[in-house]
Design a protein around this ligand. Sequence first.
Ligand code: 5GP
Length: 194
Amino acid sequence: MELLENEIRKNGQVLDGGVLKVDNFLNHQIDPKLMQELGNEFARLFQNTGVTKILTVETSGIAPAVFAGLELGVPVVFGRKNKSLTLQDNMYTTNVYSYTKQVSNEISISKDYLSTDDKVLLIDDFLANGQAIAGLLSLCKSAGANVVGIGIVIEKSFQKGRRWIEETGIPIESLARIASLENNEVVFVGEDTK
Ligand code: 5GP
């Protein structure tokens, strides 16, 4: 998606360890107009899948997921990283290792909001090694919900998540695909490397 690639070129910062910092529009400050465009694009890409619910994980997946939900007319549920006092029982839970924070988080979702009737679209901000998506898939499996697609805002195609998801057979769409972050330079899939 050209709009997103331009935003990454303009505001993305490459950090050590193959990490892209996009705090300017996605991970800290949020650009609502851009989020709406991303959400609309997810809605267009997955409009024929029969999706009944969008599942993401807090925090940064929520903004694009909400705009996709608005356009598709379906609710959005987010996996919670810390169990609140009001959310003790009746939960599906899984462990997810965070690529950027290098700690394991327990992710929970209430059994009230995911069931065998659901056709779920998973949305997340980044795809690296695929741990976050694996966690969301595991929650859907526990609930007996059917996953009809995976939407990623920024995919780092040089890491192993993409290939692993393709092997599951679940349709995946990434709005920006990064081939390399070497030498502090963002190179998108399909762009010539020098
Ligand atoms: P994965 O679980 O696929 O290994 O990593 C995806 C998760 O890690 C995303 O939900 C995101 O929070 C975080 N993440 C992974 N790589 C990056 C990155 O390069 N930049 C940022 N901002 N977050 C990342």
